[in-house]
Design a binder for this molecule. Structure first.
Ligand code: D5M
Ligand code: FE
Ligand code: ZN
Length: 497
């Protein structure tokens, strides 16, 4: 394609530098984009640069804002397309999304509310908030109704229960597990016997748990059960009036050499002219790593085709502009995006937001929003790196298992001091409360839909092929999959491109 673009341009008496070609390659129809670009110059330069493209895009955008030209209504597809993995129940005729009024509310988001400066006092306040909030959730569990302060529980020679934060986990040579657990009054060593199922529980540092058992005469607390806050009972899905549908995406990594422009082009063609499922999509939730970013990992520059952060977001903006106007986009950042990496991350800066159309709403990471009354928790998922290293039973290939652990712990990123940087805000924004109806993550470049106690789980794939870094770490991405959830039923499907 690179050669076709260059010969197309040279036939018209001009050339393009490396970055300009890279930009064109991110477009669904690079030759069409080159043609439009040439038309925008009264006198094309000898060598088109990224700066020239930027100017042309800005002029085109200003013009379209002055005179909005309605997108021509999509022609019906010539023949029905095969629907891949989408089941028949999803193909019921539903009202097209263009007839559905937008109903988006942001319920919880750090954007504009960050107060932390990272002082020691901030950290102790942050952990106190985490401990108190999760303790309150745990205390409503019947098993922990009589939970007492640890200093007292330790002294009694009978069955007791307490709530505490895990500060250390070790395994003895006999396979017993020993947790150091503390509350505000004391700390204790808790033994999870090797021959009990407790030893296999996925407990991680800095989570808050309930412990029931009995202290022995050597000061060791022998656990009989461990209680996680979890969802005490299974919830039901709220169900909207009509079949409003939401698609989920993340990890597009625009600007990377391995961004899959051809697969994106297939998605775009389907979204614009596709079947009834395409026409029923009203929202697109983008959960982070929308661009590859700059300087995110050592020698990243060798893997970039666009090494300018603005150019990356501009390319994404053009890609989103090609999608139908009625598709409302909600965009939250990830660890590759141009915003502070510490979580909770605020929305992208205004200088970047300005590059996008008004149908994109920028939110933080994590973000809890409501779409037509259905509560969606979107989290990029960086903490899965820490879950996978800490819990042998978890893997990058099975992100829904890690998401279930987050829900059991009612915390998106319990492990402090791992790969997930955490900002000590005055409240712990990573606590999962209230419980969402849909919980979505990205980051691991896998894909999947499932459920946990009535919460719909989505992991939202990637539009990037395997990078050399992922190859080194044995991470096999599952790219170009689009999870779609019907807000009327909670039914989730994955469409492949
Ligand atoms: O992450 C893409 C994938 O690479 C995801 O599965 C996590 C994994 N990853 C990211 N950073 C690391 C480190 N430092 N070690 C091991 N695995 C990692 P992305 O956020 O797109 O770069
Ligand atoms: Fe990513
Ligand atoms: Zn990521």
């Amino acid at each position: 394609m690179r050669d076709r673009i260059l010969s197309f341009l040279s036939e018209r008496g001009t050339l393009a530098d490396e970055q300009a070609v890279a930009y064109l390659l991110t477009q669904a129809d690079p030759i069409g984009a080159a043609e439009r670009l040439l038309r925008s110059f009264s006198d094309p330069p000898m060598v088109i640069t990224l700066e020239d493209i930027r100017t042309a895009v800005a002029i085109a955008r200003a013009a379209s804002e002055r005179a909005p030209s309605p997108r021509p209504t999509a022609a019906p597809p010539a023949a029905p397309r095969p629907l891949g993995s989408i089941p028949a129940s999803f193909r019921e005729t539903v009202a097209p999304a263009s007839d559905v009024a937008e109903d988006l509310r942001i319920l919880k988001d750090i954007t504009g509310h960050s107060t932390c400066e990272g002082t020691l006092a901030d950290f102790s306040r942050y952990f106190r908030h985490r401990f108190h909030t999760l303790s309150r959730l745990l205390r409503s569990r019947p098993e922990l109704a009589g939970a007492m302060e640890l200093a007292r529980a330790k002294k009694l020679a009978r069955d007791t229960a307490f709530i505490g934060m895990v500060t250390e986990i070790r395994t003895t040579k006999n396979g017993h597990r020993i947790l150091e657990v503390e509350d505000e009054t004391d700390s204790a060593a808790v033994l999870l016997p090797a021959d009990s199922s407790l030893a296999a529980d996925a407990i991680v540092n800095d989570e808050v748990i309930g412990v029931a058992g009995r202290s022995n005469d050597r000061g060791l607390f022998i656990a009989k059960s461990i209680v996680h806050p979890d969802l005490p009972t299974s919830k039901s899905f709220p169900r909207t009036e009509g079949h409003v549908r939401v698609a989920f995406m993340s990890d597009i990594h625009v600007g990377s050499r391995t961004f899959l422009a051809d697969r994106w082009a297939k998605f775009e063609a389907w979204a614009c002219d596709g079947d009834e499922v395409a026409r029923s999509l009203r929202y697109l939730v983008l959960s982070g790593d929308v661009v590859d970013g700059i300087g995110v990992y050592p020698r990243q520059d060798e893997e970039l085709v666009l090494d300018d952060i603005y150019a990356q977001y501009e390319a994404l903006s053009s890609m989103l502009q090609e999608l139908p106007d009625h598709l409302k986009v909600i965009l939250s950042p990830g660890n590759h995006d141009a915003v502070r990496p510490a979580e909770p991350q605020p929305a992208l800066p205004v200088a970047i937001q300005k590059l996008f159309d008004s149908n994109v709403t920028f939110v933080g990471n994590p973000c809890t929003m409501s779409l037509h009354g259905v509560r969606i928790l979107a989290y990029h998922g960086r903490s899965m790196d820490d879950f996978v290293s800490a819990v042998p039973a978890l893997s990058y290939a099975r992100p829904l298992d890690a998401m279930r652990e987050m829900l059991r712990k009612r915390h998106l990123a319990p492990i402090y001091g791992g790969k997930t940087p955490i900002a000590p805000e005055s409240e712990d924004h990573l606590i999962i409360d209230p419980v969402p109806d849909i919980f979505v993550t990205g980051h691991v470049h896998a894909t999947g839909v499932g459920e946990h106690r009535g919460v719909v789980l989505v992991n939202s794939s990637t539009w990037q092929a395997q990078t050399s870094f992922q190859k080194m770490h044995n991470i096999e991405p599952v790219p170009a999959r689009l999870p779609i959830v019907d807000l009327h039923t909670g039914e989730a499907v994955v469409k492949a491109f």
